[in-house]
Design a protein around this ligand. Structure first.
Ligand SMILES: Nc1ncnc2c1ncn2[C@@H]1O[C@H](COP(=O)(O)OP(=O)(O)OP(=O)(O)O)[C@@H](O)[C@H]1O
Ligand SMILES: [Mg+2]
Length: 236
């Protein structure tokens, strides 16, 4: 079950728990939360390992940049991706699904329906991120296919199925960094294509959307190489 409340200029949505997730956020806002490791420090995204009372969490801060007018307009008629994600995750968790990382809290700094800052508190999953493997063993690839199928069965999308978004934990393979975007056949096909091209997995389900996407991909490649040849011909 999710609770909604306000804290200063932030709108909070967090899971019901004995752990006071909103207090962890307050500590972070007041710079009282110890940061143990920084995984990402990009202009618009920070991903940190933080500690609260002996427990480790992943805290993600996202500040959308670029295309502001488009984002503001879309926010009037499209559901917020991050809000969808915490809600979908909460439903899955209550149905006993544990293949994805748990999302504990979402804080949004809103200007009307538009959000210009997101802070997310997530479950920390200790283990080996798949990008640490030189060669991914076949048995892990099978788990990948299985977990992605489960994800799609439950109407969720990865949106970015690369090695940095899978962790081999002591409880098996877990998926992190899911997308809260609307479930569509095209997005499922994109996830499957990512498994094929990034993990060299051949045993994926191929439906009409998959073949359509693949055909578009090849066409784009041909146009690109055609442009390249033309550019070379007229270069002198
Ligand atoms: N729940 C988690 N448990 C353990 N480690 C995590 C977790 N979430 C993130 N990380 C670590 O932080 C890294 C970056 O996190 P995340 O994928 O969420 O950021 P990102 O900016 O979306 O990255 P990308 O765009 O490359 O997918 C991961 O590859 C992983 O090493
Ligand atoms: Mg990621």
């Amino acid at each position: 079950m999710l609770h909604k409340t306000k804290y200063n200029n932030l709108t909070l949505c967090f899971k019901e728990s004995r752990v006071p997730y909103n207090e962890i956020l307050e500590d972070f806002v007041h710079l009282r939360l110890p940061i143990r490791k920084v995984f990402r420090n990009k202009d618009n995204t920070k991903v940190m390992l933080v500690q609260h009372q002996e427990q480790l969490y992943i805290l993600k801060v996202f500040k959308p940049n670029g295309k502001k007018i488009e984002r503001v307009l879309k926010s009037f008629f499209r559901k917020d991706y991050f809000l969808s994600l915490i809600q979908l995750n909460d439903e899955l968790w209550s149905r006993g699904m544990r293949f994805q990382n748990d999302v504990y809290l979402l804080a949004q700094r809103k200007q009307g329906p538009y959000t210009d800052l997101y802070i997310m508190l997530n479950e920390y999953i200790p283990g080996t991120v798949l990008n640490e493997f030189d060669v991914i063993p076949e048995v892990i690839k099978q788990d990948l296919v299985h977990n992605m199928a489960l994800l799609h069965q439950h109407k969720l999308i990865s949106g970015d199925a690369h090695k940095g978004n899978f962790i081999l934990s002591e409880h098996g393979l877990r998926i992190i960094d899911l997308s809260g975007k609307k479930f569509t056949r095209r997005r499922v096909a994109e996830d499957r294509l990512a498994l094929e091209s990034r993990f060299n997995i051949k045993e994926i389900e191929r439906d009409f959307s998959y073949y359509l996407l693949k055909a578009k991909f090849h066409l784009r490649q041909k146009i690109k190489s055609g442009k390249h040849v033309l550019a070379k011909m007229f270069a002198f």
